[in-house]
Design a protein around this ligand. Structure first.
Ligand SMILES: C[S@@+](CC[C@H](N)C(=O)[O-])C[C@H]1O[C@@H](n2cnc3c(N)ncnc32)[C@H](O)[C@@H]1O
Length: 414
């Protein structure tokens, strides 16, 4: 946020006294959005890693981390040296031993205090000295999961499973906590990225991207991605924001919950999609109204329509925002070409010239590039961000609606 002072970098010496070091997983490609949101909302400096952001939060502010909307999972860091290059390409046994030593040499007290505070756990975390039954019964059940990536052309000699077992074994030696793969109380994550290791204790038990949706469809978009798309569109007070191919309405719901001063329109040509949208909206409104008696309803209406022929007045919408059928799970690449061309032309008719904008997500980047070339008298590409979604690379396009004078000039030239 402009004009507001941001706290400066926090030094390592006072970190453990006053701060918890927090990490958050982010869809690859959206790290910058997550960092900016973190800096704005929590007023702390955030650092970007691959598919992660990291920041320090004052101990008494720990619970404010749940306000972050661009991140999937939150964890508290155990090792202070996450950027240290380690020798992880050696022989399997010696490397696994190395990982065990890493576990042994950490000060677990601060991250465990964060976990206990965040989860409101009443577990006994220290290894029982006298082994009294009560203390043993009250130990947390834990599991370790490992994610791993190596540099191109290099290969770790161990598997993720082996790294998780080695780490879990050593934690069990130190604390005596029982291990279970299901119904565990605590999850410890080991993220091995080439030569670096991040050891964390998960604070969230379920990814935050599921927050809005109760009626899932075959292509439901993660709420965290929807939030970043909305941020990219820079919503202004009073804006009319439309998702013309809404599916279960994950984008408009996230928008209406966050930008209450805007009005949202949501539509799809398939009846089951509009039914799912209604279901998702009702579930959220009922949940809200069970907490407060104020009657809080989302500024969001759902319609069944065709994006190529919208029942909306020309120049009436400020922002179009949607994830288009990718062609893999929904539609086909052959149809995409016609749908994208006619859809973008119709959105341009309805969008306000000059100030209007669009944020469009698609995996069919070839088709989008071709259609944007054909419609360059209507839409101008401002920004393109690639993101990783379910093993595929998708493009997030930020467009501005060309003003009337520029549109006439472009048409005269062609
Ligand atoms: C990728 S999905 C959108 C998923 C959605 N964001 C969600 O989270 O559920 C694309 C949607 O476009 C819709 N669609 C395809 N052709 C359409 C058209 N001509 N008019 C309106 N919607 C259309 C499909 O029915 C589908 O629900």
């Amino acid at each position: 946020m402009e004009g507001e002072p941001m706290e400066t970098d926090r030094t390592e010496e006072n970190d453990s006294e006053q701060y918890f070091e927090i990490g958050a997983t982010v869809i690859s490609g959206l790290e910058m959005f997550a960092r900016d949101e973190c800096q704005e909302k929590l007023k702390c400096k955030a650092e970007i890693g691959r598919g992660r952001i990291y920041f320090n939060i004052a101990k008494d502010q720990l619970h404010s981390i749940v306000t972050l909307q661009a991140v999937n999972n939150l964890f508290v860091l155990v090792n202070k040296d996450k950027n240290k290059e380690l020798d992880l390409y050696g022989k399997k046994d010696s490397t696994l031993e190395y990982l065990k030593e890493l576990v042994t040499h950490q000060d677990w007290s601060v991250p465990l205090a964060a976990w206990k505070e965040f989860t409101k756990s009443s577990h006994h975390l220290e290894r029982p000295q006298d082994g009294t039954k009560n203390q043993c019964d009250n130990l947390p059940i834990f599991r370790v999961t490992c994610t791993r990536s190596s540099k191109e052309g290099r290969k770790h000699e161990f598997s993720s499973q082996e790294a998780a077992s080695a780490t879990g074994g050593r934690i069990n030696d130190i604390f005596g906590w029982p291990v279970k793969m299901k119904d565990f109380d605590m999850e410890i994550s080991v993220d091995i990225n080439d030569t670096k290791v991040v050891l964390g204790i998960n604070l969230t038990s379920e990814s935050l991207h599921r927050r809005n949706i109760t009626h899932f469809g075959p292509t439901t978009l993660q709420s965290t991605i929807a939030y970043c798309m909305l941020r990219m569109s820079c919503p202004q007070v009073g804006d009319i924001i439309c998702d013309p191919m809404c599916g279960g309405s994950s984008i408009p719901i996230e928008g209406a919950r966050t930008w209450a001063s805007c009005y949202f329109l949501s539509g799809d040509n398939v009846e089951i999609a509009t039914e799912k949208s209604e279901g998702n909206i009702t579930a959220i409104e009922e949940k809200r109204n069970s907490i407060t008696s104020k009657g809080l309803f989302l500024h969001l209406d759902v319609f069944q329509w065709d994006v190529t022929n919208l029942p909306l007045r020309s120049n009436s919408v400020d922002v179009f925002i949607t994830d288009l059928p990718f062609g893999k799970r929904m539609g086909s690449k052959l149809n995409n070409w016609e749908l994208y061309r006619r859809g973008l032309t119709e959105m341009a008719r309805v969008c306000k010239p000059g100030t209007g904008r669009a944020v469009l997500l698609t995996q069919d980047k070839k088709c989008m590039a071709r259609v944007l070339k054909m419609t360059n008298h209507l839409w101008r590409k401002k920004y393109l961000q690639f993101i990783r979604m379910g093993g595929l690379t998708a493009g997030m396009y930020s467009l501005t609606r060309v003003g009337r004078a520029a549109q006439v000039a472009a048409q005269t030239q062609s």
